[in-house]
Design a protein around this ligand. Sequence first.
Ligand SMILES: NC(=O)c1ccc[n+]([C@@H]2O[C@H](COP(=O)([O-])OP(=O)(O)OC[C@H]3O[C@@H](n4cnc5c(N)ncnc54)[C@H](O)[C@@H]3O)[C@@H](O)[C@H]2O)c1
Length: 330
Amino acid sequence: MKQIKVGTIGYGGAFNMGKHHLNDMMKNKGFVPAAVCDLDAKRLETAQTDFPGIQTYTDVDEMLRKSDVELLAIILPHNVHAKVAIQCMNAGRHVVVEKPFAITVKECDAMIAAGKKHKVVCSTFHNRHWDSNILTIKKHLHKIGRPFRWESYAGHYGEPGTWWRSYKDISGGVIYDWGAHFCEWMLQVMDYEMLEINGYQVKEVWKKFTNEDELEAVVRFKGNAVGSHVASTVSITGKDQIRIVGTKGAIVASHGSCDVYLKDKDNHTVKTSVKMEPAQNSEYYKNVHDHLFHGKKLVITPEWARRVIQILDYAGQSSEKGTGIKAKYK
Ligand SMILES: NC(=O)c1ccc[n+]([C@@H]2O[C@H](COP(=O)([O-])OP(=O)(O)OC[C@H]3O[C@@H](n4cnc5c(N)ncnc54)[C@H](O)[C@@H]3O)[C@@H](O)[C@H]2O)c1
């Protein structure tokens, strides 16, 4: 039986994502945990406890020289995703980069080129592609006619925490955390060419931190359709997490609910709360496994992930310039 040695770069303590990745990978026969790298020796002790006998390294270069690990999940702060992924691909290793794929479109271009050059897998951990909410939305989407408007929102009012996620030069900005998931869902529903991205920011409340207080990304799609996502830390009133409007109805969804609004024959608006589809997040590594072992088509391609980053990157640039930015990748 063929085996592929797997590992992680980053074994951080915030959400214990390293353990989560390795356990998720191991649900697939043939993936064998081999190595973990983290700057923090304490986290390597945790990795040793979680996976006794696993090789541990504090330096990526050393790991790539000494270990024959073949597939690496890169679970690092956002500003080093591209650099470390390219370093690994140049050493002939497959990479799964945590979301967001990178901070800029330019970084995505360089990662895609490295993957092609070395004929290795370069993907992003968009495991939420298979979240319950988006699976349910997609099941019922046909009922609302042509979707022409996507609105999503992830916000609250509160000072950001003191961690790397609050500093724009490391995080990419306020929209790069959950925004990566919401914009990936937006693209699953708004299946049109992207034409232009606009961004609107507020930066005047949380002065200790360099992330925007709020950033809205607005995408103009071909064929009179628009998608927007708001990421906010200065929003006292909430709004629907996801609202999709179509030519025949609408869908309002959150993590745990999905309501479909349609007109009945008497022109009354009828709201139906539909049953949530079960999440299938393990599909991510199953697909990467089936791609590597059986040549199955990769679902989360780097080109798909780059479309998400194009929204986040260009929205930030647009909000600085005060003008829309033409999409490079449709
Ligand atoms: N998909 C999801 O649902 C989900 C959930 C949580 C986090 N994430 C993503 O995972 C990534 C990491 O987030 P986290 O919460 O694990 O952060 P974290 O701060 O807990 O961990 C980051 C780890 O990286 C290590 N590190 C930093 N630079 C390094 C380098 N050059 N070489 C080796 N190790 C290095 C640090 O020592 C730390 O242990 C981010 O991209 C984040 O957005 C995704």
